[in-house]
Design a protein around this ligand. Structure first.
Ligand code: PEP
Ligand code: MG
Length: 554
């Protein structure tokens, strides 16, 4: 069969060539299936099945760590939700067969989540997965999920439920290909944290014949079906050359002429910190503190918070740790900060704005951070998320300094803040650009919306122009300008960001070596030329081509 090429969104770099297998699909249920003898007994079976699924999720959570463990714990909580039992009871009372009653109950909740859109709609995948597992238990059939063929393979799916992505690290999966999902889906985030090449949002996966080889490029998003022997050989050679080139660079980040670019990592938990501590990095550029609060029914006390932050900072004695204060609300709701229902939570009370509704929560966090900073030898920097105006920046800086914090900054995630970066920097010691949110607000597109992913591209010239404004403001003030969104992990974009005036890049641990190697190959003048060329381009594709012509492909 001749080669065929399909294209999606490359979300986790690397090239891999292997046979592909489809994710084990959900079992079908129907209203025509045989009905159990008594609704009460059937409900008891359902409760047992749900309990078993919850226990299995919790046991899996205990075997893994970090984001994967949090996701699995959340799934276990969903399986224990009494609302599911109540909805199933109703379906059983209406005469539905047991497995179908469970299916209908879960679908009812999924439809509600999907109607809410954004983050909540993405949770429907998680919930549907729990429903599928419960149905499999009730029918005595194998669990839907990741195949275990005993050889390396590329996993193909519509989108992956967190419970399954969380087990990827333990499987034979060497690459991921999904027809749905966006750049911020669980699939994308976990693939990156595991260093697995991944392409999402790829139409045409139905062209694939199971078991046939595919060649997947997680950088370009290109997928070659039935690649020729020559192409497979070429990909293997390129991958080996890449590995050698990346392994050759180490130590602090710098361009070919020695201009320093601090290379830092993103973390969210104590566990992440313990793992990232020994990594060859200059510290942490983004500690997403809200990850420690997700799923907690009440606000952790001052002492608890101090202990957690101390445990994180201890891992980085002598190095920089940029801590972001709570970024709750919108896509990261916290149970103990009840913001009521908002029509458009991404434009509502989130990030630093939470501090105006719950001032004590912010004050406690700042005090805990100051105490942890005193107790450890890390160089503590603290910044606020979602700052829009220079008055907000001034207010936050005053509060943080009163709490005893010395290095205070803000994230630039809102175009207004980028446009007035000069004003913001009069109050702050540094800024860090969150390109995930900056892209969403610049092009007015929900960052969770896979179908609009092309508008979330940080290579959009309008986003680059805003970054250029922040870079220039930082240079004029002699203050540090970081990038800590996903854009920082793109080795092709790194020289552009540096050319725009960015002085540090913070990313997931597996992404760092490739970015370090890419920077070490270009001097600062080339970075500036690349930045000029990218900003002069009319669209992301032309920007990428113009930059490649100047710095080559990393
Ligand atoms: C960002 O918006 O780019 C960012 C780093 O913050 P988060 O992804 O946590 O919103
Ligand atoms: Mg953000």
């Amino acid at each position: 069969m001749a080669e065929q090429v399909i294209r999606g969104l490359g979300v986790s770099p690397g090239v891999v060539s292997a046979p592909w297998l489809r994710f084990g699909s959900q079992l079908e249920t129907s209203a025509q299936d045989p009905v159990g003898d008594s609704p009460e007994r059937e409900l008891a079976r359902v409760k047992d099945a749900l309990g078993g699924v919850a226990d299995e999720m919790a046991a899996r959570a205990a075997r893994v760590s970090g984001v994967a463990a949090e996701i699995l714990t959340m799934s276990a909580t969903m399986a224990r939700d009494p609302g599911i039992v109540a909805a199933t009871e109703k379906e059983l009372a209406a005469g539905m067969p047991t497995a179908h009653a469970v299916h209908l109950a879960f679908e009812g909740f999924c439809a509600k989540l999907e109607a809410l859109g954004g983050y909540m709609a993405e949770r429907a995948t998680d919930l549907r997965d729990i429903g599928g597992r419960t149905v499999a238990v009730l029918l005595g059939r194998p669990m839907p999920g990741i195949p275990e063929p005993g050889y390396p393979f590329v996993l193909v799916a519509r989108d992956l439920a967190p419970a399954d992505t969380a087990m990827l690290g333990d499987s034979d999966v060497v690459g991921l290909l999904t027809s749905e999902g966006g750049p911020t889906s669980h699939t994308a985030i976990l693939a990156k944290s595991l260093g697995l090449p991944a392409v999402v949002n790829c139409p045409g996966t139905d062209l694939l014949v199971e078991g046939a080889p595919v060649l997947l490029d997680g950088t370009t998003g290109e997928v070659v079906i039935d690649p020729s022997q020559a192409r497979q050989q070429d990909a293997a050679e390129r991958a080996a050359a890449d590995r050698a080139r990346i392994a050759a660079a180490s130590g602090p980040g710098r361009t070919a002429d020695g201009t320093p670019v601090h290379l830092l990592v993103n973390i969210g938990t104590v566990d992440d910190a313990v793992k990232a501590g020994p990594v060859d990095s200059e510290g942490v550029g983004l500690f997403r503190t809200e990850f420690m609060y997700l799923g907690k029914p009440s606000e952790p006390s001052l002492d608890e918070q101090t202990a957690s932050y101390t445990a994180v900072l201890e891992q980085f004695a002598g190095r920089r740790v940029v801590v972001r204060t709570l970024d709750a609300g919108s896509d990261k709701p916290l149970p103990f900060l009840d913001l009521g229902t908002e029509e458009n939570p991404a434009l509502g009370v989130r990030g630093l704005r939470i501090g105006t509704v719950f001032p004590q929560t912010l004050a406690t966090q700042l005090t805990a951070l100051a105490r942890a900073g005193e107790a450890t030898g890390a160089e503590l920097w603290v910044m606020a998320p979602m700052v829009a105006t220079s008055d907000e920046a001034a207010g936050f800086a005053a509060l943080a300094r009163e709490s005893g914090l010395r290095k205070v900054g803000a994230m630039i995630e809102i175009p207004a803040a980028a446009l007035r970066a000069v004003d913001l920097l009069t109050h702050l010691d540094f800024v860090s650009i969150g390109t995930n949110d900056l892209s969403q607000y610049t092009c007015a597109v929900d960052r969770m919306a896979g179908g609009l992913a092309h508008l979330l591209d940080p290579w959009q010239p309008a986003v680059l122009d805003l970054i250029a404004m922040v870079g220039a403001a930082g240079a004029a003030a002699g203050k540090s300008v970081g990038v800590c969104g996903e854009a920082a992990s793109d080795p092709t974009l790194a020289p552009v960001l540096v050319g725009l005036g960015v002085t540090s890049l913070s990313m997931s641990v597996p992404a760092l070596p490739a970015v370090r190697a890419a920077l070490s190959a270009v001097d600062i003048d080339r970075c500036r030329d690349a930045a000029d060329a990218a900003c002069a381009a009319r669209n992301p594709q032309l920007a990428r081509e113009a930059v490649a012509a100047i710095v080559g492909h990393p």
